[in-house]
Design a protein around this ligand. Structure first.
Ligand SMILES: Nc1ncnc2c1ncn2[C@@H]1O[C@H](COP(=O)(O)OP(=O)(O)O)[C@@H](O)[C@H]1O
Ligand SMILES: [Mg+2]
Length: 796
């Protein structure tokens, strides 16, 4: 339709006779806008040709001829690329921006028809014939169209957000049909081609009709989007309204004292719970006071939920609830036996304890403390005691407790405050007389905040714990009915005053045969069940269990053992699930495929296969350990090197050992030249636990003599003992644990200080039976027992 100027010609012919003025004007092609007469518009002038055209127009104070491009993207423009009806516009301002862009603000004046084009001085010119709107007789039809368009335009403006007031006024006041159409078309959000069609509609009726048509389309869109917006707003409004009404309702109910709302119900419930909780008077007063405060507090207040939580704790605390004790001692013993193998002495002590409680329930029961390495059954014994007595069992660990508040609770004013561990455990138990285990008492931290040990003292003190005050609950609670049991790995890490309160029961660890029994009677049963196996689906003969104990575990307790048995059960479950039904009998040889290579080879034999290595015995907080002391000689000047994280005392004892060996070199058949021509290197392989103490003295001396004489140390032998410069063997601690460790590691013979004979009693019988003991007074008792006969081999 672009060049269809028939309407225009018809129109031009109908003009009122004034000859259309023709002038030659610079052309500015427009990519995608149409400027209507009367409209003011900023244009960005990009093309150098257009810049030249604008500058020429400004220089000569002439209008520019604006013509829309037929295609937005056309580059090198020829007259045929432009529509031939356009607008003459007056340049009002012309600015070159700092970025080099040119901006022209111009005002549309009148339509024109393009005549002959020319190109000179670097820009396009056109002979423009001005076209003015025909002042066609404004007949009723045109009038009706004008009114219709105005109506539509006002509606559109009312639907658009932020319509400028002036625009509304202009639409209202313009009488001129063509001008109104131009105004509307100018502001309408239309495609440039559609606007061009309106521009080319020189016949007023046609122009109004076209504008109306296009405006109607836009209106439809506007109406729909407005409706959608309104609907969503209405939905929102309804909710808000409901909320406000509810608020008012609550307010009114409150005024009338009818608060039968949710909050009222909640408070009634709380009041009933407080009445039923069996609190002592002080606690009850406190609860009722808080309940009153709650009533007068808006539910939304942050404090409301704090008070609410506090009341919950007060209500849930087992003020009076308790279980009846079972004092049938025979039955209790049965429970203990059912849960644990062996531990006879300990079980007897527990039954005694129950007997005393039976005679004197109000008496101050001693606080038992189980001490021993991990996995020996400390925690599970506690559970067993609770079961034997018919009491609830709860525990919490004191490992890493640095803050008194963890035991006693935080002040209620802190955000997220809670009662301490004691009150929490009692709430979990639901009774005021549970067996409460304080696990890992030796891991109690040194206080950063207050003193956790002091708080515990108060908890455990029968004179004070009738009225223990938890900081959070802030009322007195009675702990006197609780049976406390503590556990620890080592005794000497427990703060002194606390230790004085405890009756210590030691669980030193199990022998191989104990472990075998425990595995057979308890661990298999449990693991079979946990892994979904029926009793007859897996058979683990003793030989297999022993192979697991020897090859895959090294521990005083039975945790690792249970884990390995669990792994074997899982493997069987997997095979059965894979479609190969059992039963499976697992032979020792099958273990490799299931558990992998033996983790603990007979290490002692391996290590001591060369001269210079002796097997020592160490005590650690988690039980005994064997360790290898390795001596080597290198060419040098008689210096001593020590490696392996040794403490000062241990370094000293290497030096003592070396001096002792030097002083006896002759007697031992050691070439004295070795001490000047060689450096001696002593290494104690680094383990998890830093090593210190004098108790490796005997082993170090033995290692040095072995090295320097070339005689190997017996592979099935381990030793402990301090040595003096004169060769005396002094007693050391931890004999029981060390001997157990030796036994666990498959050692057959141990050399111990003669002055430790008194400790023999404590060594579990199985270990005593399995091992030979050499009691050494001096080095002279040690070496013959420790070293193999000389082999024909040159000393290093
Ligand atoms: N004498 C025993 N008889 C039966 N099972 C035992 C025995 N000793 C330990 N166990 C089991 O070994 C596992 C570890 O015991 P646990 O009480 O957690 O050890 P601890 O608290 O001393 O570290 C538990 O499953 C426990 O039942
Ligand atoms: Mg434990």
């Amino acid at each position: 339709m672009n060049n269809d100027t028939t309407t225009g010609e018809a129109h031009a012919a109908s003009e009122s006779g004034a000859p259309a003025a023709a002038e030659t004007l610079p052309v500015v092609p427009l990519a995608d806008t149409v400027v209507f007469p009367g409209m003011m518009l900023p244009l960005v002038i990009g093309r150098p040709e257009s810049v030249a055209a604008v500058e020429a127009a400004i220089r000569d104070a002439r209008p520019v001829a604006l013509l829309l491009q037929k295609s937005k993207d056309a580059k090198a423009l020829q007259p045929d690329d432009l529509y031939h009806i356009g607008t003459l516009a007056n340049p009002l301002r012309y600015v070159t921006a700092p970025d080099g862009g040119h901006h022209l603000v111009c005002q549309g004046m009148t339509r024109f028809r393009a005549g002959a084009f020319d190109r000179k001085d670097g820009y396009l010119t056109v002979v423009a014939e001005r076209l003015s709107d025909a002042d066609a007789a404004p007949g009723p039809q045109l009038e009706a169209r004008l009114l219709a368009l105005r109506h539509q335009a006002l509606e559109a403006l009312s639907l658009l957000p932020q319509t400028p007031e002036e625009l509304v006024n202009a639409v209202r006041s313009i009488r001129e049909p063509g001008a109104l159409a131009d105004l509307v078309a100018g502001y309408l959000d239309l495609e440039a081609a559609d606007k061009q069609r309106i521009l080319e509609a020189l016949d007023l009726s046609a122009r109004l009709a076209e504008t109306s048509r296009q405006l109607e389309q836009r209106l439809e869109v506007l109406r729909i989007s407005t409706r959608i917006r309104r609907e969503t707003q209405e939905a929102m409004g309804a909710k808000q309204r409901e909320f406000i009404l509810r608020e008012q309702l609550q307010q009114i109910q409150k005024e009338l004292g009818e608060g039968d709302d949710a909050k009222g119900a909640e408070i009634k419930e709380l009041a009933a719970a407080v009445a039923k909780a069996g609190m002592p008077d002080a606690a009850r007063d406190q609860a009722e006071r808080e309940l009153k405060r709650l009533e007068h507090m808006p539910e939304a207040a942050g404090e409301y939920s704090m008070v609410r939580t506090y009341l919950d704790w007060l209500i849930a605390f087992p003020w009076t609830k308790e279980t009846a004790d079972n004092f049938d001692l025979a039955a209790a013993r049965e429970v203990l036996d059912a849960d644990h193998f062996g531990l006879d002495k300990i079980k007897r002590r527990i039954v005694e304890f129950l007997a005393v409680r039976k005679r004197n329930p109000e008496g101050h029961a001693p606080i038992l403390c189980f001490v021993g390495p991990p996995g020996v059954g400390k925690t599970s014994l506690g559970q067993s005691i609770a079961r034997a007595m018919g009491r609830k069992f709860e525990r919490f660990s004191l490992g890493g407790t640095h803050d008194e508040a963890e035991i006693r609770g935080h002040r209620r004013t802190y955000i997220g405050a809670l009662p301490g561990n004691i009150v929490r455990a009692l709430r979990r138990a639901g009774t005021r007389n549970p067996v409460l285990m304080l696990d890992e008492l030796d891991k109690l931290g040194v206080g950063f905040q207050g003193d956790p040990a002091a708080a515990l003292l108060e908890v455990l003190d029968p004179a004070q714990n009738k009225s223990f005050r938890d900081t959070y609950l802030d009322v007195e609670i009675d702990l006197s009915q609780v049976i406390f049991i503590a556990t620890a790995n080592v005794l000497d890490q427990i703060p002194g005053p606390l230790r004085d309160r405890l009756e210590v029961i030691e669980l030193p660890g199990y022998t191989q045969s104990d472990k075998l029994e425990i595995a057979r009677r308890y661990l298999i049963v449990r693991q079979r069940k946990q892994n979904g196996l029926a009793d007859d689906e897996i058979v683990l003969p003793d030989a297999t269990l022993s192979a697991i104990i020897d090859g895959y575990t090294r521990e005083a307790g039975v945790r690792q053992l249970e884990r390995e048995i669990g792994a074997v059960c899982r493997a069987v479950t997997a095979r059965i699930a894979g479609g190969k039904p059992g039963p499976y009998t697992i032979a020792p040889d099958d273990l490799h495929a299931i558990l992998g290579a033996r983790r603990f080879e007979d290490e002692a034999a391996l290590r001591t296969s060369v001269p210079g290595v002796a097997t020592g015995l160490a005590w650690t907080p988690v039980g005994g350990q064997i360790l290898f002391i390795e001596a080597a000689a290198t060419p040098g000047k008689g210096r001593l090197h020590l490696t392996g994280q040794l403490g000062d005392v241990m370094k000293e004892s290497v030096e003592i050992a070396l001096s002792l060996v030097k002083s006896r070199a002759d007697k031992l058949g050691i070439d004295a030249a070795l001490f000047t021509e060689r450096d001696i290197h002593v290494h104690v392989p680094a383990g998890a636990i830093p090593k210190d103490g004098p108790s490796a003295g005997v082993a170090m001396t033995t290692a040095l003599v072995s090295l320097l004489t070339g005689r190997r140390v017996h592979p099935d032998l381990a030793m402990t003992g301090e040595i003096t410069l004169r060769g005396l063997v002094l007693p050391v601690g931890g004999i029981k644990e060390k001997v157990l460790a030796a036994h666990t590691a498959g050692i057959r013979r141990v050399i111990l200080p003669a002055r430790n004979k008194k400790d023999y009693e404590d060594i579990p019988e199985a270990a005593r039976n399995a091992l030979d003991f050499v009691w050494a007074e001096t080095l002279d008792d040690v070496l013959p027992a420790a070293l193999e006969a000389a082999v024909p081999q040159a000393a290093p």
